[in-house]
Design a protein. Structure first.
Length: 83
């Protein structure tokens, strides 16, 4: 509305339309900023999901490695029992 203060309007209609246009531009700019922010948040969320999935897979692999080590140990004990 700062520009409207500096302008001389011939009619109240002209002043109204100018104010309306400036308000619309202002709110469109705010909407654009929120849109960019939302896109950034969605991208961050997607990355966080991917990190969690990778961490879960690593945990599963570690568990499987541990189980495999236990299977090997069990096999050794069974061999020792048979000897």
């Amino acid at each position: 509305m700062e520009m409207a203060d500096k302008m001389n309007f011939a009619t109240t209609q002209e002043a109204y339309l100018t104010g309306e246009r400036e308000s619309e531009e202002h709110y469109r700019a705010i909407l654009a900023m929120y849109t960019v922010q939302t896109i950034a948040l969605e991208a961050k969320h997607a990355e966080e999901i991917e990190v969690c999935q990778i961490e879960a897979k690593l945990e599963l692999v570690e568990d499987l490695i541990h189980l495999e080590a236990l299977k090997v140990e069990k096999a050794k004990l069974e061999v020792d029992l048979k000897v």
